[in-house]
Ligand binder design. Structure first.
Ligand SMILES: Nc1ncnc2c1ncn2[C@@H]1O[C@H](COP(=O)(O)OP(=O)(O)OP(=O)(O)O)[C@@H](O)[C@H]1O
Ligand SMILES: [Mg+2]
Length: 274
């Protein structure tokens, strides 16, 4: 099996001319810093979440089969050069873009942080290292997709978001936003890549509070610990000096709690056990 590429969490191998293998690791990063410690079971949760969503969503997708606890086999595709982001809440990069006048909101829309949008919106980006937001007209004029493809992706992505948000809500979570990738398989647009905690933000409904920062359920513990111990500042300082930040080792207690959270989210949402 030929090794193809390694992302933040998954390694991609070529099985044969038609299929790829995704191997999900236990790697973790926060504030764009990669840690040396691993989060046990994280890869298994990501792999099984991908399987669950591909089997649950009523959309043609590239999933073939599960190979092991941390590996899935998918059909090789030509990927569309656009990341299909759907946002259900006023949060993340959307806030700074609104402040900079780069996007407008519907008349009368609340601009309090983490407000639910009146409707989920399709808010795609390019697929470069620094994802740049693109609207319909830009996506077409930059030849990323055709107008028909853009409209299909927009409608499908929102449909998928709505279904996933429903399932998450029944399990006590808000699906704040979601990133999907599609490719072409035998000429047909097909859902690809992976769908799991690295592709969406989950907020526990119980602690949801408009106007506040809502940390992603799984990463919150690590970010809180880093901030409380001054690491977030240290990372920023290093970067401003042009140096690569040094990752501290994560306390075993935090690691254990993160594993618990990944598993809890998976078990509550899917109704399955790890
Ligand atoms: N079925 C498929 N066929 C071919 N390529 C695919 C398929 N599904 C996903 N891909 C592509 O494989 C690559 C997987 O890379 P991966 O997501 O692991 O890392 P990355 O995108 O480089 O970095 P990051 O960790 O930030 O996501 C992506 O470019 C994705 O678009
Ligand atoms: Mg990726």
């Amino acid at each position: 099996m030929k090794f193809l590429t390694s992302g933040k969490v998954k390694d991609v191998y070529e099985v044969d001319s038609d299929t790829l293998l995704f191997k999900f690791s236990n790697r973790v990063s926060a504030y764009d810093v990669k840690f040396n410690d691993e989060i046990p079971k994280k890869g298994e949760v990501l792999s099984k979440f991908a399987e669950f969503w591909f089997e649950t969503l009523d959309v043609p997708n590239h999933f073939v089969e599960t190979k092991s606890d941390t590996e899935i086999i998918v059909k090789k595709m030509k990927m569309l050069p656009i990341e299909c982001v759907v946002r259900g809440y006023f949060y993340g990069s959307m806030v700074s873009r609104w402040k900079n006048g780069e996007i407008s909101l519907p008349e009368g829309a609340s601009t309090e942080l983490a407000t639910k949008l009146s409707e989920p919106i399709f808010d795609p980006t390019t697929k470069s290292t620094h994802d740049v937001p693109v609207n319909r007209q830009q996506s077409i004029s930059q030849n990323l997709v055709t107008s028909e493809e853009f409209d299909w992706l927009s409608q499908k992505s929102i449909e998928i978001y709505n279904k996933m948000a429903d399932i998450s809500e029944k399990a006590g979570f808000i699906l704040a936003d979601l990133k999907l990738e599609f490719g072409k398989l035998d000429g047909k647009i097909t859902l690809g890549d992976s769908i799991g905690p690295d592709e969406y933000r989950l907020w526990p409904i119980d602690s949801y509070d408009v106007g506040k920062i809502q940390d992603a359920y799984d990463k919150q513990l690590l970010r809180d610990w880093l901030t409380a111990n001054g690491y977030q500042k240290k990372f920023e300082n290093s970067r401003s000096l042009g140096e690569e930040p040094v990752a501290p080792s994560i306390p075993t207690e935090i690691i254990g709690q993160m594993t618990d959270r990944y598993i809890t989210a998976y078990e509550h949402i899917t109704g399955k056990t790890i």
